[in-house]
Design a protein around this ligand. Structure first.
Ligand code: APR
Length: 243
């Protein structure tokens, strides 16, 4: 894929970049996306059976075991060239914010520093009753009990119907407002409030670049749509930038 020279020239003058990533950036690490028609999590399961507070109340073991399976896959695999290219991009740009919907923790694992995990992190658990306990994944009972109040522990992720951590979404919104360039990478752009960030950035003067295998609802609104694998396009883009 040829990266447009106008994009490279613009990025060379850019001091503020915000990037939003979704499950697609980790697909080349071997992790499933959610909405792939054949292989996505939501092709096989219903989100309301696995990723809601009601599902956990109804069947805590089912939900815990599904997250344990996903967490094992994350532990077995590693970040890919797309994650590492974003680490390099961060080193080139004075104000760089990486907003991710992914719970795999791969951006930090790869070396990205300014990362906002909008949907939490699958390597951590927290008290279901909200007593404040947060700890790393616990492989005891399924699910284990909170050491402080004895309620169940649950994955420290954001489920459907739950609010995002206020400080995290506030920081993401600020990064979108200040961005001169906003990247939407490997996300179908169907889940709010993440999906609106690109529009916020655009309305405040940013150019918007989409990197995705396929067109999405955002595609008609972007300045540059780069269709292909993020693990191939991102390294190429960084290479062009430092040339
Ligand atoms: N490179 C670039 N894009 C890719 C690649 C790849 N190698 N592989 C897949 N994609 C794209 C798909 O075309 C799709 O548009 O990644 C996108 C993945 O979309 P979803 O499965 O909907 O994942 P995401 O957008 O992250 O979902 C958002 O939904 O279920 C919730 O909480 C979950 O964080 C998740 C949120």
């Amino acid at each position: 894929m040829k990266i447009p020279i106008e994009l490279i020239n613009y990025l060379k003058k850019t001091t503020h970049i915000a990037v939003l990533t979704g499950a697609g950036i980790s697909a080349e690490s071997g992790l499933k996306t959610f909405r792939d028609a054949q292989d996505g999590h939501w092709a096989k399961y219903r989100p309301e059976d696995l990723a809601t507070p009601e599902a956990f109340t109804r069947d805590p073991k089912l939900v815990w075991d599904w997250y344990a399976m996903r967490r094992n896959k994350v532990t077995e695999a590693t970040p890919n060239a797309g994650h590492f290219a974003l680490v390099e991009l961060e080193s080139l740009i004075p104000n760089f914010t990486l907003i991710t919907q992914n719970v795999d923790g791969y951006h930090r694992q790869a070396g990205s520093k300014n990362v906002l995990e909008l949907h939490g992190n699958i390597q951590k658990v927290k008290c279901y009753d909200g007593c404040g306990v947060v700890e790393s994944w616990n492989t005891g009972d399924t699910p284990p009990h909170c050491p402080k109040c004895n309620a169940y522990l649950r994955p420290d992720v954001v489920w459907f119907g739950e609010s995002l951590p206020l400080d995290t979404i506030t920081a993401a919104h600020k990064a979108a407002l200040e961005a001169q360039a906003f990247f939407s990478i490997g996300t179908s752009g169907l889940v709010e409030p993440a999906a609106s960030l690109a529009h916020t950035a655009r309305q405040n003067g940013a150019i918007v670049i989409e990197i995705n295998l396929d067109p999405t609802p955002l595609t008609p609104h972007v300045d540059f749509a780069l269709h292909g694998k993020s693990g191939e396009i991102l390294p190429q883009l960084v290479k062009e930038l430092i040339k």
